[in-house]
Ligand binder design. Sequence first.
Ligand SMILES: [Zn+2]
Length: 347
Amino acid sequence: MRLPREVVVGDGSLRLAADVCRSLGFLKSALVITGPKTIHVAGRRIIDLLQSEGLEVHCHIISSSSATLNDVKEAEEKIKAYQPQVVFGVGGGTKIDIAKLSSAYQNVPFISVPTTASHDSMASPFASIKGTGRPYSIKAQSPIAVIADTSIIMNAPYRFTASGCGDVISKITSTRDWKLAHEKRDEYYAQYTSSLASMSAKHVIDNANLIKPGSEEGVRVLLEALVSCGVAMCIAGTSKPCSGSEHLFSHALDLIAPNHGLHGEQCGLGTIMMAALHEIDWEVVRDTLRMVGAPVSAEEIGIEDKYIVEALVKAREIRPERYTILNEKPLTRKSARQLAKKTGVIN
Ligand SMILES: [Zn+2]
């Protein structure tokens, strides 16, 4: 079990970057992996802070907007060239995932500095990378520290925050799918880890009224939940507590729909429908998403209804080894359409 040793969440927590490095014994060198925009949002400040502490700091800017295996290889070359004691990933999901996987491959510890809260990768050991032949995330390494500055995340477009709520609420169904796999397939299952993940979803449901544009308190609630989800995956050593049938649906959409929503937005829609399939209260899922301003229909994301139906049918094939409610109740085109209509995801 590898867990983050330092998690700093709060207003202005970025300024503690050098303190975190010191307490972890990184006194000599660091590599900051960031993007052309996020260098200005947070990357430059991290570099300045570490340099003023006497660290030798290099910076690698990734300009592509999606994380590919090529980006990971390029980052690995920088790590080999500079030999840093620690790698910082500063940015949204893609920069963090590239930093996480390249540092894992090069056996260098990794510190996660999210500039958005759009999904639960910031504290998890998994990374989503294109070109691996798998549309879902692969094992990288747990961050040794997470520094999440609420004032920076609040300045990101609110759509990212709402999307993060979708990824957290998906634990309502992912934990049920995990339990089902245990009951039906005798797969490894840990009650404690499962509770940690579902508690994160409950935390967001209970505090949904706080999550709105301009609310620092709301961002903090969401970050606590996202970090807990990441830790649940660190403990379990698998993404199962946080990724079930609703994620398979989102991955299927990524493959077939020409227009994509954000990961968390798609998982939110998936959770509404998979909750209905699990025969639990799907309306509370939808109402929470609506309250935080996340999409609750295909139309709100800009995805045509036919792709929703197709993704529901295809979801089961994305990761055949992962047993979920979709194995228990396989969907046909007809039953998929009914499910999406009943829950209001399509018209
Ligand atoms: Zn997710």
